[in-house]
Design a protein around this ligand. Structure first.
Ligand SMILES: Cc1cc2nc3c(=O)[nH]c(=O)nc-3n(C[C@H](O)[C@H](O)[C@H](O)COP(=O)(O)OP(=O)(O)OC[C@H]3O[C@@H](n4cnc5c(N)ncnc54)[C@H](O)[C@@H]3O)c2cc1C
Length: 480
């Protein structure tokens, strides 16, 4: 999903996700990755239709100072929120690096890992310990209301709990999704780092590191099925018919794609298959990429602030309404948008003086009640442009090209079951020991020698590298 493509002659863009997870620094170090990251400050600007803008800077004090114009109470609360979010999510961070424990017979290693996490939990102190226990299952709308009174701030922070999910801000458990992302980056704005050259530069760097370590990388090699002999994975057969033998097969395609499409069901058993069929993968995210003749002008933004991620979804109720229709298979009239204009920081992405705009759109349901995605593609693109025009009135007249990727495109073009951007919903019942299934959260599968290492395994919280690093550790142990 981390890809850079030319979507209009001369205009390149991160096809799907536009901001780094962030990749865990120790993983980037281990792999000796060479990628130049561009980091705007502020990280995020949230826009209101009445012309107000709220900037979340790298520095909490600077943000608090700016917040004084909106609310003295929120300006005071913000630094405490930054502190507590970092502290509480660090405990979850400890768990993200663990292989989920064996449920029936936890090993000494499992016990040690959980003990370390428990110690970190205790170190929070009584007040924050209770907070963490209370917040996880809560609706993110209630969570942000415990700290802030300004709707624009509440909505900008809460958005991370509903991004890529089937949750609105009033859904129970949406705070856990926020905390899971905060464990990777506790800044209330979420990550805002763009690789030079677009997101494709990141897998490009990983490929270089792999080659330097002796790997051979082949792209455009569609796997048709996994070869299983005597219950053990022995390699893969490509669509071309070529067979590649292997001691282990490791898949970062999502669990349903890997196991229900590429493995003969007779190797899995009916109980496992039935459980995996119930692993939820309902996509709600679409992507719109725009080629612009000039730099867009947002009425509320000054100077270089447009280089930040731009949040459009000014109130909690706006976000909830954007989500509402998706339950009934309808497109939102006023979608929640996460926008970036990476060409403001990286001129290589567009012809001189021109720009690309990358827009993540919520909530676009994978299953439409009326019509098909082919018939609704333009309607979605038009709604996005109309919404953007509320904040940047001249923008529609500057569009030279447009790409609309629907949740169905995410499935057919990028192999995401149901168009689910995290390879399976990040809901409380699909996390940790239950990701993807209870009893199968340790990167192994019912087929010996076939492993999962992608986002559909724990922790699966975006482009952080954590699922892959945990899987690598387990696979190395097994191969030894
Ligand atoms: C629109 C969108 C926005 C996102 N925004 C964010 C964000 O802001 N922050 C964040 O951290 N994360 C975000 N994500 C999620 C992030 O992209 C994923 O968490 C991350 O890419 C997962 O990496 P992966 O290697 O597990 O899986 P993938 O990137 O999905 O890689 C799986 C690969 O397997 C390939 N494949 C599938 N089937 C086969 C087959 N049969 N044969 C050969 N190859 C196959 C696919 O083509 C793909 O290249 C977003 C995703 C999307 C779609």
């Amino acid at each position: 999903m981390a890809a850079t493509e030319e979507f209009h002659p001369g205009f390149k863009c991160s096809s799907l996700l536009h901001a780094e997870g962030p990749l865990r620094p120790d993983i980037a170090r281990d792999l000796k990755l060479r990628v130049e990251m561009l980091r705007p400050d502020p990280r995020l600007v949230a826009l209101a239709p009445d012309g107000r803008a709220l900037a979340l800077y790298e520095d909490a004090k600077r943000t608090a100072e700016a917040l004084k114009q909106l609310s003295a109470k929120d300006a005071t609360a913000y630094p405490e929120f930054v502190r507590v979010l970092a502290q509480v999510s660090a405990v979850i961070g400890e768990v993200l690096a663990l292989t989920p424990p064996e449920i029936d017979k936890p090993s000494a290693g499992d016990a040690w890992g959980m003990l370390k996490a428990g110690k970190k939990f205790r170190s929070l102190g009584r007040k924050d310990m209770f907070r963490l226990l209370r917040w996880g299952p809560m609706a993110v709308a209630d969570f942000v209301a415990e700290f802030f009174e300004t709707e624009l701030l509440r909505a900008a922070v809460a958005a991370r709990g509903i991004f890529g999910t089937t949750f609105g801000p009033w859904s129970a458990g949406s705070t856990m999704a926020l905390l899971l992302h905060a464990a990777a980056d506790p800044h209330p704005a979420g990550p805002s780092a763009f690789p030079r050259g677009g997101m494709g530069a990141l897998p490009g760097a990983i490929a270089e590191a792999a080659k330097a370590a002796g790997a051979q990388v082949r792209t455009g090699a569609d796997v048709a099925h996994v070869v299983v002999k005597d219950g053990v994975a022995r390699g893969v057969v490509l669509k071309s018919g070529e067979e590649i033998a292997a001691d282990a097969v490791v898949s970062n395609a999502d669990p349903r794609n890997t196991l229900l499409r590429l493995v003969d069901p007779m190797h899995l058993g009916p109980d496992f298959i039935s459980k995996l069929q119930h692993y939820r993968c309902r996509g709600t995210t679409a992507k719109v990429n725009l080629a612009l003749g000039v730099a867009p002008k947002f009425s509320a933004l000054k100077g270089s602030d447009a280089a930040a991620r731009i949040h459009i979804g000014p109130e909690i109720d706006y976000l909830e309404r954007a989500f509402d229709g998706s339950k009934y298979g309808r497109l939102p009239e006023h979608p929640y948008l996460d926008v970036s204009i990476p060409s403001l920081l990286d001129a290589s992405l567009a012809p001189a003086g021109k720009h690309v705009m990358s827009v993540l759109v919520h909530f676009a349901p994978y299953k439409l009640r009326e019509g098909t995605w082919d018939s609704q593609r333009d309607a979605l693109g038009n709604t996005v442009v109309k919404t953007l025009a509320t904040y940047a009135p001249e923008l529609p007249g500057t569009i030279e090209g447009r790409q609309v990727l629907t949740p169905l495109d995410l499935e057919t073009k990028f192999g995401l079951t149901g168009g689910q951007i995290f390879h399976g919903e990040l809901a409380l019942d699909q996390m940790f020991t239950m990701r993807p299934l209870l009893g199968w959260a340790r990167y192994r599968t019912p087929v010996d020698g076939l492993y999962l290492c992608g986002s559909g395994t724990h922790p699966g919280n975006g482009l952080t590298g954590a699922s892959g690093a945990n899987a690598a550790r387990e696979i190395l142990k097994a191969l030894r």
